[in-house]
Design a protein around this ligand. Structure first.
Ligand SMILES: [Zn+2]
Length: 889
């Protein structure tokens, strides 16, 4: 009998931050690598070590030990130290597709300094895997993945072929008991043999031959005796052939023929914890993450590409912002299954990234405004598709408003004058630092006249920014005159015409384009009205009627939207788990409704509903006890010529140990949902695989949108949803409602003895921030019935049109497009080495032609290697992702 190969791969799984902060774990990381490097350099029997598939570990070490870089490089070049390919081991569902790709590209780029990254798509601890991962890996040149969580019952061996929706396939090595099956091996050959026999027994049905023995686990140090014990174990017996090896070497000899096959995402809890509840803990983190990603992906990068010269591309600032976002995508970071120090750091990194992105977008928009030939207001569309929409802007109020605009507020001017002495004038002028007085008031001119009486200063104020107003010069002039006539009387006159803030609908603005602002005639005017105690918003396309008793609303006669359901949660950061004696609150004590804006462009109504929620779950009785009043504000908005209902629900969370969801009825019974995931819309059924150790709860993340039963919901941030109210019908079981999780409060990093997951998934650490108590929780979402393009809907809801005021003098015409892209969804528009690069994907099952009007270039893979040239257009397979580098833009 040939002995069974036992491939021992020494490694350490390094969660950068988790139940301790990054800096605490980093101290250990420095110690670990200080131990490892001499071992690898001097002990030939300890030949390999894997640095957890993420380059962040290397950077974090070198920040403290910069002098060690040549040693790391030498060990990597010798193949003894495996690094990368990722920059960080991200969560695949809670970060955007673009963040996942940038993460991989950052890892590969950083790894180049060390002779290249490990040639394996190592995904050891992620809480499930996205459907498109095989395609992403193949486009970066990888043919192997290594996975643990999420693998379904259909897979019965330790390897399978994993196929993405576009048919890209990688060989996936499945770790049946995780990445730590060979952690902490004994320093004794006989014990090693016994332990290995047990290991083989444990997963023998899976094994197709060799046993992959992952010698490491969370934050473990290398075991320096390993080489000696392995040699002794080989001397002792002939059944097992031990070797210390690397993951690439193990995979090179692993079977790849006649493997089982799986297509799509891996979200099963059949054999290992999926920890699906991380989607709904710390909802503030998920929202901040989505806002930062959107600010980078949909505004800063495309706007700077389109409206700033290539030489002005803010490469370093964008790299800083991306590094923060990528670091935050680490599975314990974005998942927020971490202590409060970590979550605070994550929120701060997102704020930093978003501030950079917002600032860069503002600069690009200003650059666009300066380039326009004629003065006036312009509407700018940062989305690739042409679209109409609503804009809000401040205009002069000299003329009465047209019937197609809606006045939000009006401010009469402040004409008038005052007489001041020279000292006071100096103080007043000292406060005038620039042209901006407030968001709606800008200095347009400062005039000075002098006569026998004294000085007459006239400050003219307008509603929009005007460049090159010589304020400093005017101040100097005034100071000089006052110096010559210290006793002069000074009369300051303010010349500010009245202004008004308006909302108007504009006709379709070209994709990545602009046009001068012109209110569009309204076809379906919207109106909010109160009648017989009810409040109705209607525009001829959709009717929203608010139930003034329940605080919910009906859409086109279907009642029950926006029902807020509060129930107990005795789970933890990883899993929802109801208390033994759960109770629910879904009926308010009182409701008041008021019209906030009547129409005709935008109608808004506010629902204020008062509930009494229990305070917390009593540990011994498992009942929800205590009481808190909570006021839930829901703002409903309907726009002219738009069938979308926009909703924002907000409250200060008074309670602990609970889960709050919003229920939305489905127009038709649904047997499946379609949710946005990275580069795809994934279909999920009504159930999820689980096991005794973790209930298969069919809650799932949706990136920007989810559809089911004729209803599409767009939401601001990654959101947890579940299809509920499942009843038997003629076509089998079907759901009647979709529930969105508004907040989940637990207060425990992990817990023992939970109903839905009895064993811990991490340290049993109380974490107060996980309760979200006292924090304002806001869920923004939009509803559309029978909408056929959720991507367009998501842009309309989440990426509003910009309005800019131009003072003219440039060369740009009044209408145009900076780049025309058709035929696919755009994931990225940015610059790489000076050239504009567009990443598109086809979320449909049909082949498409992607047209990039007037441009040629090369399709490149995710490492930037050219694949094929294109002239103006290229074909894209169903569910394909493509990256086009433009030669001439
Ligand atoms: Zn981990």
């Amino acid at each position: 009998m040939t002995p069974r190969r036992i491939a021992i791969v020494p490694h350490s799984h390094w969660d950068r931050e988790w139940y301790e902060s990054y800096q605490e774990f980093r101290l250990n990381l420095v110690d670990m690598l200080d131990t490892l490097l001499p071992l690898l350099e001097t002990d030939a029997s300890y030949p390999y070590f894997m640095l957890d598939g993420q380059m962040a570990v290397v950077d974090d070490y070198l920040d403290v030990r910069p002098e060690a870089e040549p040693r790391l490089r030498a060990l990597a070049a010798a193949g003894r130290l495996s690094m990368g390919p990722w920059y960080i081991l991200m969560d695949e569902f809670l970060s955007s597709g673009e963040t996942i790709i940038r993460n991989l590209q950052m890892g590969i780029a950083r790894g180049a300094a060390f002779g290249g990254v490990m040639d394996v798509g190592y995904l050891p601890d992620m809480f499930g895997h996205i459907a498109q991962m095989p395609q992403i890996l193949r486009q970066a040149g990888f043919t192997d993945a290594v996975v643990w969580r999420g693998v379904p019952s259909a897979i019965t061996k330790n390897a399978f072929m994993w196929e993405a929706p576009d048919s890209s396939t990688v060989r996936a090595e499945y770790l049946p008991v995780g990445y730590g099956n060979g952690a902490a091996l004994p320093d004794d050959a006989k014990a090693l043999v016994r332990r290995t026999v047990d290991l083989v027994k444990e997963i023998e049905p899976f094994l197709m031959g060799a046993l992959l023995c992952m010698n490491g686990s969370d934050h473990l140090f290398p075991q320096p005796w390993l080489g000696r014990v392995v040699a002794e174990a080989n001397e002792l017996q002939d059944d097992l052939a031990f070797e210390v090896t690397s993951l690439p070497r193990y995979l090179a000899a692993a079977p790849s023929e006649n493997l089982e096959h799986w297509k799509g995402e891996l979200r099963s809890g059949f054999r290992s914890n999926m920890l699906m509840g991380v989607t709904s803990n710390r909802v503030d983190v998920k929202r901040m993450g989505a806002l930062a990603e959107r600010a980078l992906e949909r505004r800063a990068e495309p706007l700077a590409t389109l409206f700033q010269a290539p030489a002005e591309w803010p490469e370093k600032l964008l790299a800083l912002a991306w590094k923060e976002v990528v670091r935050n995508s680490a599975h314990d970071s974005i998942c927020a299954c971490s202590v409060d120090d970590v979550v605070d750091a994550v929120l701060h990194r997102y704020a930093e990234a978003r501030t950079i992105a917002d600032g860069l977008a503002t600069r690009a928009v200003a650059s666009f405004a300066q380039s326009l030939a004629a003065p006036g207001h312009y509407v700018l569309n940062a989305a690739p598709r042409a679209r109409a929409g609503l804009v809000e802007l401040v205009v002069g109020a000299a003329e009465p408003p047209s019937g197609d605009v809606q006045v939000v507020s009006e401010r009469t001017g402040l004409p008038g004058s005052m007489v001041l002495d020279a000292t006071t004038v100096r103080t007043v002028l000292g406060m005038l630092q620039g042209p901006k007085i407030d968001n709606d008031a800008w200095v347009h001119d400062v005039g000075v006249e002098e006569d026998d009486e004294g000085l007459h200063i006239t400050v003219t104020v307008g509603a929009e920014e005007r460049r090159n107003v010589p304020i400093a010069e005017a101040k100097q002039d005034i100071y000089a005159r006052l110096g010559a006539r210290p006793d002069a009387v000074v009369r300051i006159s303010l010349n500010q015409p009245p202004i008004r803030r308006i909302v108007a609908r504009v006709d379709a603005v070209p994709g990545y384009g602009w046009q001068s602002f012109e209110p569009a005639p309204l076809t379906h005017r919207v109106e909010a009205r109160e009648s017989d105690g009810a409040v109705v918003l209607a525009n001829g396309l959709v009717t929203v009627e608010i139930d003034t008793k329940l605080g919910t609303f009906a859409v086109d006669g279907r009642p029950g939207y926006g029902r807020v359901v509060d129930g107990g949660d005795l789970g933890d950061s990883y899993n929802y788990s109801p208390p033994g004696r759960d109770s629910f609150v879904d009926t308010p004590l009182s409701v008041s409704v008021r019209v906030v804006e009547p129409g005709p462009v935008r109608a808004r109504a506010a629902i204020t509903a008062l509930y009494v929620w229990p305070d917390h779950v009593d540990g011994s009785s498992q009942a929800r006890v205590g009481a808190h009043e909570v006021e839930i504000e829901t703002l409903l908005e309907l726009r002219a010529d738009d069938p979308v209902v926009r909703v924002e629900t907000s409250f200060v969370n008074p309670s602990r140990d609970h889960r709050v969801r919003v229920h939305l009825p489905l127009p038709d019974p649904a047997t499946a949902s379609q949710a946005e995931s990275a580069f795809a819309i994934v279909e999920r059924g009504l159930t999820a695989e689980g096991r005794v150790d973790e209930l298969g709860l069919p809650t799932a993340p949706a990136h920007r949108f989810v559809s089911a039963g004729g209803l599409t919901v767009v939401h601001n941030g990654v959101c947890e949803y579940e299809l509920i109210d499942i009843e038997a019908g003629p076509g089998g079981e079907a759901a009647r409602t979709i529930a969105l999780t508004v907040v989940r409060s637990t207060g425990m990093l992990s817990r023992l003895g939970m109903a839905y997951r009895p064993f811990p998934a991490g340290p049993l650490t109380p974490v107060d921030g996980l309760q979200m108590a006292g924090r304002r929780i806001t869920l923004s979402y939009a509803l559309a019935v029978r909408h056929d393009d959720p991507y367009a809907l998501a842009d309309d809801v989440l990426l509003p049109l910009d309005v800019v005021a131009a003072s003219g003098g440039g060369t740009r015409p009044a209408r145009g497009s900076a780049l025309g892209i058709e035929g696919a969804q755009v994931s990225a528009l940015h610059r790489v080495a000076g050239a504009a690069e567009v990443r598109v994907f086809n979320p449909t099952p049909y082949p498409t032609t992607v047209t990039i009007h007037g441009h040629s270039g090369w399709l490149v893979d995710l490492r930037g290697y050219p694949e094929q040239p294109f002239e103006g257009s290229f074909a894209l397979r169903p569910f394909g992702i493509a990256t086009a580098r433009l030669r001439d833009a």
